[in-house]
Design a protein around this ligand. Structure first.
Ligand code: NAP
Length: 164
């Protein structure tokens, strides 16, 4: 299973670090805004750098969305027209309307990790979207099992915690 990271800055890197602890880095694909960030990542981790966000989405089954809200428009300009109904998105971006910008039936888990995920002592709040199946939650928790513990929250609480 290929796992993609769209954006891999401060928090993306912490999650990537956790995923690599228990997973195969060669099946991880990453994009960043600038070439220099991507190159620096590829020096540190044996991950693949994708040529574009659209390519990454096409090539991955699970996609972490780790850009800042201001960068979402650029990302959705690239991936918004793709059929993502067979993909699992894990978004850490504090933006509410992700569902409206991806194909209907896309499985979306909204996650709010804290910085302790880097050392394995983190807490990840998560809110599964309506199309998310129990198996998707297992995949999500399994991929991030080295990050810490998980607390399922309602979408309302997730939104509240994103902004407080
Ligand atoms: N930092 C935290 O403690 C924390 C905790 C919980 C949640 N979050 C949330 O996580 C999100 C990311 O925060 P951050 O602190 O990790 O931000 P960040 O350090 O600025 O990282 C953002 C990443 O997105 C990349 N990016 C921007 N536009 C892109 C595009 N069009 N295509 C692909 N990649 C693109 C950037 O690439 P470049 O490196 O080339 O600029 C960078 O790698 C935010 O929504 C934030 O609210 C952060």
């Amino acid at each position: 299973m290929n796992i993609g990271f769209i954006g891999c800055g401060q928090m993306g890197k912490m999650l990537l670090h956790s995923v690599i602890k228990t997973g195969d880095p060669h099946s991880i694909l990453v994009t960043t805004k600038t070439k220099s960030s991507a190159e620096a990542l590829a020096v540190k981790y044996p991950v693949k750098i994708s040529e574009s966000n659209a390519r990454l989405v096409t090539d991955c089954e699970v996609i972490f969305l780790c850009v800042k809200p201001d960068d979402l428009n650029a990302v959705f300009t690239e991936i918004g027209t793709l059929d993502t109904s067979d993909k699992l998105f894990i978004t850490i971006t504090s933006e509410n309307a992700i569902e409206e910008r991806l194909t209907e039936k896309t499985r979306i888990i909204k996650a709010l990790p804290n910085t302790q995920v880097e050392t394995g002592d983190g807490i990840i709040l998560y809110s599964p979207g309506v199309y998310v199946k129990e198996n998707d939650i297992e995949i999500f928790r399994n991929i991030l099992r080295a990050a810490g513990s998980f607390v399922k929250v309602s979408d309302d609480l997730y939104r509240y915690r994103c902004h407080h």
